[in-house]
Design a protein around this ligand. Structure first.
Ligand code: GAL
Length: 846
């Protein structure tokens, strides 16, 4: 009796454990898509051929794709990997691509085993992106290629595998054959995944989920699931999908609906679409404030018991692009306050890192940004996952070139054979993300007046996703309109030249076409630099936000234009972050001229300027366009956008700093950004007067006749007659100490997460010393590593891997990571020569 009782308990316990295991296996997932997926990032071997980091050329050896090839001497590393970010920077390399040695031919090899029991499965490698011209072999057999370095692609490696034995995958990448207008990175810079499915399964990116008739009470959700039989025998497949809420786009929440089971006979090599429509009651809508998500779990099974599952994250939201009332999300007008972002993450390069990306987006959101343009290519999938989760809109872009390149080896080389495959890949991968609101078929492409290509590309996108508008970013909007090419689009994308908007508003053909500021402003500045009587000095740009190239304008001017044309959808500022490459105005690259396609006088002027820059060969290697610098430290411009984009957030920001020993009794203009409507400035307690903004006209307050005296400069801002916000800048004394300020005092021991720590040079009262630039040496104790350092100086040619660097305008940055599986504490220190007190900071590993 007792035995039976105990056995009963044991049985119940085992059942409970099994259920728990099954429930927890099901309760969250690693990655959208097929259910059996593991990261394939660890333990690769890497060797570089073609152009080397020092500019010499090393010929490729033969046989590197063969399994028996001796790669023991190759570098061992984990992905993601950007082979060029460690540098060295070389002054003679083009500033346009960051003066980094990204050209070359990279070979990656990895050994792996697939167990015997998987021999009836399909085995795939999913590459999130490989720069560039990827070619893949398994066990010496050629599997396939995907040349465009920004797209994700799948390789079916099943036929070449030896089950239960050692296998070798080899990947050849070639950036010697690729040209770029910015730093593109190089290598297997995004994740690679090993995916196992049943022979009958949901196809790669095989789900398409759309919602319609959306209200607070109900939404119709349409599911299209492509089921394919990649086996050798005919099968009967049963398909069904269950929809769950998801708190974060990874965890599976409450079941809310399910399709009934459908069945098909599938002959080998065939596919069928399982379509179903469901009604969700009281749907959780995806919005910027509450980005509610759902997960659809699709199961395909056969009578023999083969099972395949597939997870699709999606959101329910209503998009409207109107010619007269801008963009509406769920029926509510939303001004698109966007930024363009390139894909590098500053000092860590292009090797995708979720902490770095989340940090970028968080900084942008804090500024009031609500949208990202993935200039000028499909982003890492993680960007879209984060945008879904964080509530950011995305303009998803495909190309910077079509048939005619801006440079010799642009996408023009791939266009004839690949444009359709690349567009389809982008749309299929990204179409379920609620964050993606618009597709872009190009940026300032040379063929922007080509009606046939514009129509063809638009039709491809419409065919693959009829629910979102298609746009194209014009730098010759008149040409685009007059040729008729822009008629094929749903949304007119205009880069710059907005001063002509009033004229375009009268154009009968286009006045009903919603218009987006696909690229705006291009203001340039260097954090913490202020010049008087000149905008540029020593290859830095004044931070008064008064400098931009001939095609650009100040943020303030753009706000004025936007205010005059409230029917515009909004803007994407060039750019949110500084990025590697394109250091305009110290960029000698001839593609700059493309910004003046029709204005010959301006072209000639620019040609002369470029010639001059070429002669001088400035050290500049990263852009000045960012609203924040390469470290993510806000420039003054950040507060200009914050003031305008977050009008309800009380803030005021004074510029410049207040350390001008050489200007006592001289003029130092003071500018203030505030979300208030007026403000009073005080120098050492004495009022310098109240200034008020004229609505729609002023976006900063300017006191241009302040006579400098050291001390304290304070601004008090008001809104609607009431106190609103204040800001103070103080004259700093002698630099006396270093200070380390971590953005987080903990870091995960997952071997991936990063911890960003800011270094400040301060005086004895902990006031940052603006002009200080001591050499700082970073070190660490404990189970971690220094991943990179930076200081935001666009002219620094010190490798990001260096643990020593000068502070730039009082600041620097060290990025650290805990070793995988580590516990305990990491101690980071910063020391300098002279009498600066060193700083130490503990970071707990969790
Ligand atoms: C645009 C171009 C961008 C960038 C920018 C700099 O015309 O689309 O990629 O070059 O100019 O202002």
């Amino acid at each position: 009796m007792i035995m039976i009782y105990r056995t009963g308990i044991m049985f119940a316990l085992v059942c409970w454990l099994l259920c728990t295991v099954r429930a927890s296996a099901q309760s969250s997932f690693l990655r959208e898509g097929n259910g059996d997926v593991t990261l394939f990032d660890a333990n690769w071997r890497f060797a570089r051929f073609g152009t080397q980091a020092d500019g010499t050329v090393k010929a490729e050896t033969t046989g590197m794709e063969q399994s028996g090839f001796a790669d023991g001497g190759w570098e061992q590393l984990d992905l993601p990997h950007d082979w060029a970010i460690a540098g060295p920077f070389r002054i003679e390399l083009s500033g346009n691509t960051g003066k980094l040695p990204w050209k070359g031919i990279g070979w990656y090899r990895k050994q792996f085993e697939i167990p015997e029991q998987d021999k009836d499965k399909k085995i795939f490698l999913d590459f999130d992106g490989a720069m560039a011209y990827a070619k893949v072999w398994v066990n010496g057999h050629y599997v396939g290629t995907w040349p465009y370095g920004y797209n994700s692609f799948r390789m079916d490696i099943t036929p070449y595998l030896q089950f239960g034995q050692k296998n070798v995958v080899a990947v050849r990448l070639d950036t010697d054959s690729w040209d770029s207008r910015w730093y593109p990175g190089a290598g297997l810079y995004r994740h690679v995944w090993l995916v196992k499915t049943a022979p009958v399964h949901t196809a790669h990116w095989g789900t398409c989920i759309t919602a319609s008739n959306i209200s607070e009470n109900k939404a119709s959700v349409k599911l299209d699931v492509r089921v394919e039989n990649q086996g050798n025998v005919p099968v009967k497949a049963f398909v069904n999908t269950v929809i769950y809420t998801s708190p974060d786009g990874k965890k599976i929440g409450r079941k809310v609906a399910a399709t009934s089971e459908q069945s098909f006979e599938l002959s080998p090599g065939s596919f069928r679409n399982a379509s179903a429509e469901l009604t969700l009651d009281h749907p959780v809508l995806w919005s910027l404030e509450h980005p509610g998500l759902y997960i659809a779990q699709t199961t395909v099974h056969t009578p023999e018991g083969r099972k395949d599952s597939y997870n699709t994250v999606f959101g329910i939201r209503k998009l409207e692009f109107t010619p007269r009332d801008g963009f509406r999300l769920n029926g509510k007008r939303v001004d698109i306050k966007g930024v363009c972002l390139h894909s590098d993450m500053g000092a860590i390069g292009t090797a995708i890192n979720i902490t770095a990306l989340r940090r970028q987006l968080t900084i942008m959101k804090n500024m009031g940004c609500n949208a990202i343009r993935t200039s000028h290519n499909p982003p890492a999938p993680e960007l879209l996952e984060l945008a879904d989760q964080m509530g950011l809109l995305v303009w998803d872009e495909s190309f910077d070139a079509w048939k005619h390149g801006k440079r010799k080896n642009d996408y023009n080389k791939l266009f004839p054979e690949w444009h359709e495959k690349d567009l389809v890949a982008m749309v299929h991968r990204d179409r379920n993300h609620p964050a993606v609101i618009m597709w872009s078929i190009g940026n300032e492409v040379m063929d922007q007046q080509d009606v046939a290509i514009t129509k063809e590309l638009t039709d491809i996108v419409h065919r693959e996703d009829p629910t979102r508008p298609v746009s194209n970013a014009y730098n010759d909007p008149d040409g685009g309109r007059n040729s008729g090419a822009a008629m094929a689009l749903d949304v007119m994308g205009v880069n710059y030249f907005f001063s002509q908007q009033s004229k375009w508003d009268q154009d009968e053909r286009y006045k009903n076409k919603p218009t987006m500021g696909s690229e705006t402003s291009s203001c340039v500045s260097s954090r913490g630099e202020y010049f008087f009587g000149e905008n540029y000095h020593n290859y830095q740009v004044t931070s008064y936000d008064v400098a931009w190239p001939g095609w650009g304008c100040s943020p303030d001017e753009q706000f004025r234009i936007n205010a005059k044309h409230p029917h515009l959808l909004g803007e994407f500022v060039w750019t949110g972050f500084d990025y590697l490459g394109e250091p305009t105005p110290f960029n000698s690259d001839e593609t700059n001229l493309l910004n003046f396609r029709t204005d010959t006088a301006k072209r000639r002027e620019l040609e002369k300027a470029l010639e001059e820059i070429r002669r001088k060969n400035p050290p500049s290697r990263s852009s000045y366009f960012g609203i924040v610098d390469l470290c993510g430290f806000p420039k003054d411009r950040f507060y200009n956008y914050q003031a305008h984009w977050r009008p309800e957030y009380p803030m005021a920001h004074i510029m410049p700093h207040w350390n001008w020993p050489g200007r006592i009794d001289s003029l130092v203009p003071v500018h203030v950004y505030t979300s208030g409507d007026k403000a009073e400035l005080f120098l050492n307690g004495k009022s310098l007067g109240m200034k008020a903004k004229r609505p729609g006209i002023d976006f900063r307050l300017v006191w241009d006749s302040v006579i400098y005296q050291p001390g304290e400069l304070k601004v008090v801002a008001y809104k609607n007659g009431k106190y609103w916000a204040t800001d103070v800048v103080k004259t700093a004394g002698e630099a006396s100490a270093l200070l380390l300020k971590p953005e987080s005092e903990t870091v995960s021991g997952d071997g991936i997460s990063l911890c960003y720590i800011t270094l400040l040079v301060v005086d004895k009262n902990k006031v940052m010393v603006p002009g200080a630039h001591p050499l700082v040496k970073f070190s660490m104790e404990g189970p971690g590593e220094i991943v990179a350092t930076d200081n935001g100086d666009a002219t620094s040619l010190v490798s990001f891997k260096s643990t020593e660097r000068l502070a730039y305008n009082g600041m620097a940055q060290v990025i650290i990571r805990a070793k995988k599986g580590a516990t305990g504490v990491i101690k980071v220190s910063a020391a300098s020569e002279g009498n600066l007190k060193m700083a130490t900071q503990k970071i707990n590993i969790h």
